[in-house]
Design a binder for this molecule. Structure first.
Ligand SMILES: Cc1cc2nc3c(=O)[nH]c(=O)nc-3n(C[C@H](O)[C@H](O)[C@H](O)COP(=O)(O)OP(=O)(O)OC[C@H]3O[C@@H](n4cnc5c(N)ncnc54)[C@H](O)[C@@H]3O)c2cc1C
Length: 388
């Protein structure tokens, strides 16, 4: 099956999230564009309201208060959140730390996962280093055992979190193996060295650089089952969500461009009548449709396929295609709006800037191509195209 029908409850949720984004987020975006910054109180209120609507933690298992939504269902909701600019969608569909839950011990779940589920704080994943991004085999952070503690040393970049996280999930080499550690932000030896600016600012998340120098971490905070497999699972899921958000963004851009092209006149006619405007729009809609099919299909494969290698390949195709598609769609939308497209107050202008990172984070487009090509050389094309 290429893409199954969304169940009725997921369809209803998707519509509710879509209505919420339009009613609550779009006006907030406009205020941010005017002010040039995100107001922390407004953001907290948005998050609270979305939580009250029941949009948070839907991916988590029932035993910790979640709704155990399928990946297909989550992608359908994430698509709606992708319609928001400034990263505000993250505050609406507030996904829980499912990948951490899967690998953490019962005691770690109690101490670190449950507070996130209750909305007390958020987590931040720290994998990337100055010398290791695409190629995490070059990781230099180390953890050295000392009795029932570990000394953590290293430097992590782009550690994404909204405000101060409640826990860092840090990948380091321990006794020759890549291992994940849960690190409390107040730990001695942990320093947030710099919080650089990024093209998508003002944005919900910040991406600071942090260092660890002789940072003591109790053995109880080492995730025993992790290796790099835990990190890979997080990356896999994030890739799917990037693809889904890109589809949501592109849909909003196609709608905005359509509406504008019908009413803007030049040389005596609506610009919609000029093929220079209408054909790029046709390309955008066609590419968006293809990206949505790839993304929903990859999400369904995530839910039903036991062979993770095939799932990785399908997710890589979705992430690659959807992120490149969204970049093209944003570029065409800016062009159709003319000078107005270059204004920050226009969502097209904001998306043009913000969507660029989707071709970089959680694996660049080149890395997705590498995953796909490695798969086809190993297994042939057929397993990646199958939809049984
Ligand atoms: C805003 C933002 C937020 C982020 N958040 C997080 C986070 O929360 N946690 C975290 O751990 N990381 C995070 N990252 C890091 C992100 O995942 C990396 O930037 C990304 O994986 C690329 O790594 P790099 O920047 O080191 O680029 P490099 O690996 O140095 O790549 C440089 C260039 O070389 C190309 N390249 C590399 N290898 C190959 C190859 N084999 N074949 C062809 N081309 C290749 C790349 O495609 C790229 O174009 C974030 C990054 C950004 C920008």
């Amino acid at each position: 099956m290429i893409v199954p029908e969304l169940p009725a409850d997921v369809r209803a949720l998707k519509e509710a999230v879509g209505r919420f984004v339009e009613a609550e987020v779009y006006p907030l975006e406009a205020r941010i564009a005017e002010r040039g910054s995100i107001d922390a109180a407004e953001l907290a209120a948005l998050r609270r309201k979305a939580r009250d609507e029941g949009f948070a933690m839907l991916n988590m298992p029932a035993d910790v208060g979640g709704r155990e939504l399928s990946m297909l269902g989550q992608v359908a909701l994430e698509e709606e959140s992708g319609k928001a600019t400034n990263g505000l969608g993250f505050a609406v569909v507030d996904r829980g730390p499912r990948e951490l839950y899967e690998i953490a011990t019962a005691e770690q779940i109690e101490r670190y996962v449950l507070p996130i589920v209750r909305g007390e704080y958020r987590e931040a994943w720290a994998l990337t280093e100055p010398g290791a991004g695409s190629d995490l085999t070059g990781l230099e952070a180390t953890a050295v055992r000392d009795g029932d503690e570990w000394f953590l040393d290293g430097e992590k970049w782009f550690v994404t979190s909204e405000g101060d996280p409640g826990v860092y999930i840090v990948l380091a080499v321990a006794e020759g193996e890549q291992t994940l550690f849960l690190v409390d932000p107040g730990s001695a030896g942990l320093e947030v060295r710099r919080t650089p600016g990024f093209l998508h600012d003002p944005y919900l998340d910040h991406h600071p650089e942090i260092t660890f120098a002789n940072c003591r971490v109790p053995d109880a905070n080492r995730i025993p089952a992790s290796g790099d497999a835990g990190a890979k699972e997080w990356i896999l899921v994030e890739r799917l969500f990037i693809a889904a958000r890109c589809c949501g963004a592109a849909l909003r851009l196609v709608d905005l461009t359509t509406e504008w092209a019908k009413k803007r006149e030049a040389f005596g006619s609506p610009i919609a009548e000029y093929q220079g405007v209408s054909f790029p729009l046709a390309d955008s809609l066609t590419e968006l449709h293809a990206a949505r099919l790839l993304t929903y299909h990859a999400a369904h494969a995530f839910d039903v396929l036991s062979d993770r290698s095939i799932v990785h390949g399908k997710v890589a195709m979705a992430k690659l295609y959807a992120s490149e598609m969204a970049g093209h769609v944003a570029d065409r939308a800016v062009q159709a709006f003319g000078g107005r497209g270059y204004m920050v107050e226009n969502p097209a202008g904001r998306f043009y800037r913000e969507l660029r990172v989707d071709r970089i984070w959680e694996g660049t487009s080149e890395i997705q191509r590498w995953v796909i090509s490695r798969g086809v050389f190993k297994r042939g094309a057929a397993p990646y195209l199958g939809w049984e």
